[in-house]
Design a protein around this ligand. Structure first.
Ligand code: ZN
Length: 287
């Protein structure tokens, strides 16, 4: 076997002390002010805004539950999270201080991960890792295809309902980050999912690099311990409903923001300003 080539993408440098300082505000009394919080019931979706420079925490308040997360530029929904490129620039599963990158023609970090209470999960015996970027949201189309049944509360549908109040629609829903989800590829390269390891009070948190709109779905598969297709995977011996728990979201303002973020600047879109080799011929005539 040929030796494996090094990783194709070197990490894009980031100001680690800055993000460490932002992360540290989570454990200092009075360093953050809660500006928004809500619970997300089972099998539902909700969208919310996070302003540039704020921190947002997603929590498993009652124990294991997977969340499917979408992110857009709040002011331009054409700029949205790009799971595939993030997978290459970071890795298959999101880690502390990783960034979630936006699609073309923007390609900039929308958010940076500043806390992860499951950061010690590492690689399990099956080869699974947590906070999965390999897979995507469950959706009613593949559910119908596989199970022959119709179900309206897959993550894709939950996210679709969530964004409607913001003027977005089903076509704005995109590939997700599966927060708290353990997944991997088996020896054949086939995708697998493991039960969610989160306990009550576990959390995953990000710093918003620009004004973003987020949407989160509490996956109808719950903690994925009895996962199957269809609403309750009837007849398969599974009881997915009992595996479902709520998630919670908290948004914080950083109190000492001016000092803390003095070296931070909102990232600009990638610098390419070419026109993809298109040649405009001044001699061509048009009537
Ligand atoms: Zn789902």
């Amino acid at each position: 076997m040929a030796p494996r080539a090094p990783p194709a993408y070197d990490p894009i440098p980031l100001n680690k002390p800055l993000y460490k300082a932002i992360a540290d505000t989570g454990s200092v009394s009075g360093a953050r002010k809660l500006v928004n919080s809500f619970n997300l019931p089972i099998r539902s979706g909700r969208a919310w805004e996070v302003r540039a420079g704020q921190v947002c925490r997603i929590i498993t308040p009652e124990g294991p539950q997977v969340g499917d997360l979408n992110i857009w530029n709040r002011h331009n929904p054409r700029e949205r999270f790009w799971a595939a490129r993030t997978r290459q620039l970071q890795q298959s599963h999101v880690k502390l201080f990783d960034r979630l990158w936006s699609c073309l023609p923007f390609l900039r970090p929308l958010v940076t991960v500043t806390a992860d209470s499951l950061s010690n999960y590492g690689v399990d015996e099956a080869g699974g890792r947590v906070h999965d970027l390999l897979g995507t949201r469950c959706d009613p189309y593949v559910n119908q295809l596989i199970s022959g049944t119709s179900f309206d509360f897959q993550c894709h549908s939950n996210l679709t309902r969530a964004v409607l109040p913001y003027g977005l629609s089903e076509s704005d829903v995109h590939d997700v980050l599966n927060v708290f989800q353990v997944a991997g590829l088996d020896e054949s390269g086939r995708y697998f999912m493991q039960p969610c390891p989160a306990k009550a009070g576990d959390y995953w948190e990000f710093f918003a690099e620009t004004d973003v709109l987020c949407a989160l779905s509490t996956c109808p598969g719950g903690d994925l311990s009895q996962w199957g297709w269809g609403e309750g995977a009837e007849g398969s011996g599974t009881d997915m409903l009992s595996c479902c728990r709520p998630l919670a979201v908290e948004v914080y303002e950083l109190m000492n923001r001016e000092e803390l973020l003095k070296d931070w600047k909102e990232p600009l879109p990638a610098a390419y300003r070419g026109i993809h080799g298109l040649v405009l011929d001044p001699n061509s005539s048009r009537v």
